[in-house]
Ligand binder design. Structure first.
Ligand SMILES: C[S@@+](CC[C@H](N)C(=O)[O-])C[C@H]1O[C@@H](n2cnc3c(N)ncnc32)[C@H](O)[C@@H]1O
Length: 331
């Protein structure tokens, strides 16, 4: 497993068969073949720890016209494939902004679970830090692999996986010797029983149409007794506007309405998708995928944290939960 993903290089695995492309290439920075960039760049390759600039705005946009007009926000059905494709494009387009906006809060080598700022050093959800030494850990939806860098410092052997090639380029930019894998969490490119632990800080699970596909895959690649800890937006937040101020404190939608939040372009092509599960749904997903739920952590907003992160703010954080962290173990 580790031989496949060399530090300093992003190894890509197609997550699904390519779709018909009515609008031409979806994303020129996507690596279509293992180790081979679809986009030709005369100066750089993914082996170099530099950020590659998009060749054309259209190619990087994920959909023609996405940069010309504001996407329409709606609620409608969105399946596994459409969600994956939309979110791959969205995170490729928005990775730079995400890292610029949140990079300082996250820290290059800290393990922050959520906008509340809960840190693995204090939470120990993966176990005592001293027990991490020598452990094979899969980080899912790793972004710039900040958590993996912290895990490396504890003596663990993390692999950082993300759907977005651009996010992983930020991992290269920050540096470190972490194997980077570009793939969809619903189809993990690892052999059964490859890892002792898996973790995910807001990676993949809020964005996939069928979280059980991810959970089953994680269970498969974990060794017996392995632990998977993942954080997601607290399901309660679905009922409120995603606003940090007082307007985000009044219920505006049904908590029970699972219809996905979709941003779509003029032609109705999804460019961003987020999926909702109630708390009961999440527990059921975990249990029916073969895990035991060991803990469900709802981090409280600490007084030291005065930062806003989108709809997460001190105002709302002191009143309603913003994050749910599921601690799961397989037999
Ligand atoms: C909110 S960011 C979190 C990134 C990182 N864990 C952090 O805390 O900064 C969500 C990440 O999940 C990734 N992602 C979304 N859907 C995914 C999927 N199906 N498989 C793998 N990664 C996915 C995105 O590309 C993005 O990097």
């Amino acid at each position: 497993m580790h031989e496949a993903a060399h530090p300093g290089r992003i190894v890509a695995y197609p997550a699904q068969k390519p779709l018909p492309r009515p609008h031409g290439p979806l994303n020129a920075s996507w690596v279509t073949t293992r180790g081979r960039a679809a986009r030709k760049s005369p100066q750089t390759s993914t082996r170099e720890p530099v950020i590659q600039e998009p060749v054309t705005s259209e190619a990087a946009s994920g959909a023609v016209g996405a940069e010309d007009s504001e996407p329409e926000a709606t609620r409608r059905a969105a399946g596994v494939t459409e969600s994956s494709r939309a979110n791959r494009g969205w995170w490729d387009r928005n990775a730079d902004e995400y890292q610029t906006e949140h990079g300082t809060f996250l820290g290059d080598d800290r393990f922050v679970w959520c906008p509340e700022g809960l840190n693995e050093v204090e939470a120990e959800l993966l176990g005592p830090p001293e027990d991490l030494k020598g452990k094979d850990v899969l980080e899912i939806g790793a972004g710039a692999a900040q958590c993996s860098r912290w895990l490396t410092a504890q003596g663990a052997r993390p692999v950082a996986l993300d759907l977005s090639h651009r996010q992983l380029q930020h991992a290269l930019r920050i540096g470190g010797s972490i194997p980077l894998v570009c793939a969809d969490a619903s189809v993990l490119p690892f052999a059964d029983g490859s890892f002792d632990l898996a973790c995910s800080a807001y990676g993949a699970l809020p964005f996939v149409a069928d979280p059980r596909l991810v959970l089953r895959e994680v269970r498969r690649v974990l060794r017996p007794g392995g632990r998977f800890v993942f954080s997601v937006t607290h399901p309660l937040r679905w009922a409120f506007p995603d606003e940090p101020g007082p307007e985000g404190l009044s219920v505006s939608a049904s908590y029970f309405d699972r219809t996905p939040y979709v941003e779509q372009d003029e032609e109705g092509l999804a460019v961003y998708v987020e999926h909702h599960r109630t708390l009961g749904d999440r527990v059921r997903d975990v249990v029916t995928s073969g895990f035991r739920l060991v803990d469900l952590v709802e981090p409280e907003w600490p007084d030291w944290n005065t930062s806003e992160w989108g709809g997460w703010s001190p105002l709302r954080g002191h009143l309603i939960p913003g994050t749910a962290i599921f601690v799961c173990e397989r037999d």
